[in-house]
Every structure is written in C-alpha cells, then in structure tokens.
Design a protein around this ligand. Structure first.
Ligand code: CP
Ligand code: NVA
Length: 328
C-alpha cells in the first residue's frame, strides 16, 4: 500500500483497504510508542498546522505526533496569519508548499481545504471542516476495533445534529467499513439526502447499512456504539442554542438510552462535551436554560461504558499514521 503524496481530506476519497491500512499503521506506531521504540524517520522535514478554529485534541495530536516522527511544526492560529484576510487560499497553498512537506488545515467549508490541496504540491490533511472530520474517524475506528476486535458488522447509532461534520463523517465511515449506521434524531437534523444516497451505494458493496430514524427506542436498541457530539458546533451563531436544546433534548444520551442499547454497548464522543456545568459556556447555557447537562449525562460520560478518553488518545496515534503514510 503506497499513500505517499496523498491528501487526507475526507474518507470518501479512500478505499476500505486504504483505511484499514492506516489503522494498521496507527496500531503499529501506538505499540512502538508504548514500548519506547522511536520512529523518527521524518527528521529534517516540517509541517504547517493551520487552525482557523480552536482545538485541544487535534492540535496536540498533530504536534506530539510530528515531534515523535522527527518533524518540525509551525502553528498558525485563527488570528495571526494573512490567510483569508490578505492572502487567498490558492496563494497560501503555494507559499506554504515551498517551505513545508505537509499542511494541516482546520476551518470552515470543505471547499477551502479542497482548494488548499488543489494548489499545494505537498499533502494536505483535513483537521476538521464544517462538513467532515476525517482524522477523528480514524481514531474512532481504531478505538472500536481495539474494543470489539473487528469493525465489519458493528452497529453505531449517532444521536444529535447528524447534518454536520461528525454525523456526515460517521455515516461515510460506517458505509466504507461495512458497519451499520443509524442517525437517531429529529428529521430536521438528518444528513443531506445526496450524501445518504452515496453512502447507501457504498454500504451495498461493503455489507453495511444506513438507517435514519426519529424513534429513540428503535434507533438505540441493541446497538454496539452510541455516539454523540455537541449540539452547537464551532462557528455556529449563539442564537441557535435555544432551538437545539428544545429539538435535540429528546436525543440526549442518558442511562435509559444506554440500557436500551444493552450492557455491552459503549459510549463515544469526539469531545469536547457538555456533560456538566464545569466550563464557561456550559455554565452560561446552564443558567440561561435551566439545564445541567446537554448531549450526554455526566453519569454516562463517566461510566465504565464510556471510551471517550481512549478515543482522545487515539487521535494522536492515528494522526501520526496519516502523516507517516503520506510523507514516507
Ligand atoms: N475532537 C476534536 O477534534 O477535538 P478538538 O476540537 O479539541 O481538536
Ligand atoms: N461538531 C463539532 C466537532 C468538534 C470536534 C464542531 O464542529 O464544533
């Protein structure tokens, strides 16, 4: 398998075999890291990390993974560069490609990262756009594979806003890997029809399936993975909180949902999560709407079924695999 020089923009661009290969590379790099065996074969090369939105996991994962691989990093924050304000994406891509061997981009539209890749002669990696979050997908797959020992046939139910980056990405990922994806949410938050159609066509080839349902009982019954994300994503206006809380509260992941899924089911979340009032925004929203938890209860978040911190650690091993496979 040779992925050298490839961009990593969305999982739709990769075959099941290529995704499996990236997971295998990640598992190998993870084992080596745990055993203290260094893999720093990319010494002397450098990568640019563009973040037009904030981040904890993705930024740290890229920086630590790059450091482990011997790569130098330059972090461009949401304010401190010319990108988008004084310099176009096409010009930025050509400037950065002259200095760096790879470019990570986190920001708004998928069209931006696609344009960056079009004009860059070095690999571009998508660190999250409004539409897709592909590096998160590799971490989630690795976590599920570590837990269940396989991916094919796994049933994953996503609750919440299924039209945005996490819902879209999980649907594509499940289709690619022969998994059964259910979006369990109110109709307004179902993924866009064209993407559903595309994923159903892929799932037909892999043995997976795509289900959209408003029924919490049916959508979460005997599923293997219950997955959720924040109800309001980065870049969305503050005014949407009220309608999201009203419309998505019936799809909160709580004890009843986990009991319906079954005792062997696991809980996953890309994080950050609003499971208590111990954050600035959580406290503000809590006070404004008289609630103490949002997409997931603190009880489920802290339960034995929750894999959220294993998932977060796997961001680093899988991002390392992406850089390693596309640069080596
Ligand atoms: N899951 C995730 O992408 O987290 P950050 O926003 O902290 O990078
Ligand atoms: N949907 C979330 C994912 C964060 C990792 C957002 O875009 O803010």
């Amino acid at each position: 398998m040779d992925l050298k020089g490839r961009d990593f923009l969305k999982l739709l661009d990769f075959t099941t075999e290529e995704i499996t290969y990236l997971l295998d590379v990640a598992a190998d790099l993870k084992e080596k890291k745990q055993k203290g065996i260094p893999v720093d074969t990319l010494r002397g090369k450098n990568v640019a990390l563009i973040f037009e939105k904030t981040s904890t996991r993705t930024r740290c994962a890229f920086e630590v993974a790059a450091h482990d691989l011997g790569l130098g990093t330059t972090y461009l924050d949401p304010e401190g560069s010319q990108i988008g304000k004084k310099e176009s994406i096409a010009d930025t891509a050509r400037v950065l490609a002259g200095m760096f061997e790879g470019i990570e981009y986190r920001g708004f539209g998928q069209d931006i990262v696609e344009e960056l890749a079009e004009y860059s002669r070095v690999p571009v990696w998508n660190g999250l756009t409004n539409e897709f979050h592909p590096t998160q997908m590799l971490a989630d797959l690795l976590t599920i594979r570590e837990h269940y020992g396989h991916l094919s046939g796994i049933r994953l139910t996503y609750m919440g806003d299924a039209r945005y980056n996490m819902g879209n990405s999980l649907m594509v990922t499940c289709a690619k890997m022969g998994m059964h994806f259910t979006a369990c949410t109110t109709r307004k938050y179902f993924p866009e029809e064209a993407l559903v159609k595309k994923c159903r066509e892929i799932a037909e080839q892999t043995g997976g399936s795509i289900t959209l349902t408003e029924d919490v009982g049916a959508g979460t019954k005997n599923t293997d993975v219950i997955y959720t994300d924040v109800w309001v994503s980065m870049g969305e206006p503050d005014q949407v909180w009220e309608e999201r809380i009203k419309e998505l509260s019936p799809y909160q992941v709580n004890r009843a949902v986990m009991e319906n899924a079954g005792e062997n089911a696991v809980f996953m979340h890309c994080l950050p999560a609003f499971h208590d009032l111990k954050t600035k925004i959580g406290a503000q929203i809590g006070e404004r709407f008289g609630i103490t938890e949002m997409e997931v209860t603190d009880e489920v978040f802290e339960s034995k079924q929750s894999l959220v911190f294993e998932e977060a650690e796997n961001r680093m091993h899988t991002i390392k695999a992406v850089m390693y496979a596309t640069l080596c």
